[in-house]
Design a protein around this ligand. Structure first.
Ligand code: ZN
Length: 83
């Protein structure tokens, strides 16, 4: 019962910002990242501009490249349907 109350509190205080983590480009630090690059040494995130600029080198080292925009598209949106 205690756990359920805690979860209810989490759900009530959650915003859409909590569901979609925001990454900023590791190179320019201003642009929102479009790609999350997973390397054995850690993670890097780049805006599409800087990802494309370093794509060749990153593709060689990365074991996974996540398209963050694609992930956002998959987040279910609440759409009000007219009945
Ligand atoms: Zn950038």
């Amino acid at each position: 019962m205690k756990l359920l109350t805690a979860w209810k509190q989490v759900l009530l205080t959650m915003t859409s910002e909590d569901l979609v983590p925001v990454y900023f480009c590791d190179k320019c630090r201003v642009a929102r990242s479009s790609y999350l690059i997973k390397l054995l040494e850690g993670e890097l995130s780049f805006c599409s501009h800087h990802y494309n600029e370093n794509k060749e080198a990153l593709d060689k080292k990365a074991y996974e490249v996540i398209d963050l925009n694609k992930v956002e598209d998959k987040v279910p949106q609440l759409i009000e349907k007219a009945v």
